[in-house]
Ligand binder design. Structure first.
Ligand SMILES: [Zn+2]
Length: 241
């Protein structure tokens, strides 16, 4: 009996070995959510898939519905060439940390086309240029898409408009001097956060590295970790820098 096939585009989130020659690929597809699929013979030297099913690959796929949780990869064609991403350690680290967070924050077969589009956009930005805010901005936008947006305009505890000196995701955002908890936040970092979450992402991504971009990155990592309640392996592996 012929099994149903379907086509979709996807980003490969991670892969793991299956038996001698096969690999399971975990994909974030555009229309079918997170899908696990078997790529048969992918670990053989002359695999028909070549290197197209590596983490960060953006691919057009034909998939065959499996009987259980696993589908089967029929065909895979590259949409974007992510080889430059993989070759550069900084780029690869950025890409992998985004993949890991997406993997943690998505459920099998629950379509999240907005997350797919954000991930593809962020991977392309990482490949195009060195921006210290691509990953943190991606984390903040991802959290915002889950309904988690920090308060940035006034103290979350007393409503004081300023000066705002601390940031605490447990409290839900920024805090004034009297109420402060969590981590200190500089004025410049607060400005960047407002740019990222206030519709000026492109301007934020054009900025060079600075103490404020580091600060925003640290806050973003903590917020995402807090959300997924586990330390990110990809981040931990490369700390301290
Ligand atoms: Zn306050």
């Amino acid at each position: 009996m012929r099994q149903p096939t379907y086509r979709d585009t996807a980003v490969v989130l991670r892969t793991y070995k299956l038996g001698e020659a096969d690999r399971i690929v975990v994909l974030l597809t555009e229309h079918h959510g997170k899908v696990r699929a078997v790529a048969k013979g992918v670990r053989k030297t002359r695999s028909k898939f070549g290197a197209r099913l590596e983490p960060m690959s953006h691919v057009q796929l034909q998939l065959v519905e499996g009987r259980g949780d696993l589908d089967i990869v029929g065909q895979a064609e590259l949409v974007d060439n992510t080889a430059p991403l993989v070759a550069d350690l900084d780029h690869a680290t950025s890409g992998l940390s985004m993949l890991e967070v997406v993997d943690q924050m998505t459920l099998d077969r629950e379509p999240v086309p907005h997350v797919y589009r954000m991930l593809v956009g962020a991977l392309r930005t990482v490949a195009d240029r060195q921006s210290p805010l691509v990953v943190p901005a991606f984390f903040w936008k991802l959290l915002a898409s889950e309904g988690i947006s920090p308060e940035l305009d006034a103290c979350v505890r007393c409503g004081e408009p300023g000066p705002l000196v601390a940031f605490d995701m447990d409290q839900g955002g920024v805090l004034c001097r009297a109420c402060r908890s969590g981590a200190p936040m500089s004025e410049d970092a607060l400005k960047l956060m407002r740019m990222i979450l206030g519709g000026r992402l492109t301007d934020a991504l054009a900025l060079p590295p600075s103490p404020a971009t580091h600060e925003v990155a640290a806050h973003a990592t903590r917020a995402v970790e807090h959300h997924i309640e586990r330390r990110l392996r990809a981040v931990a592996m490369f700390e301290p820098r």
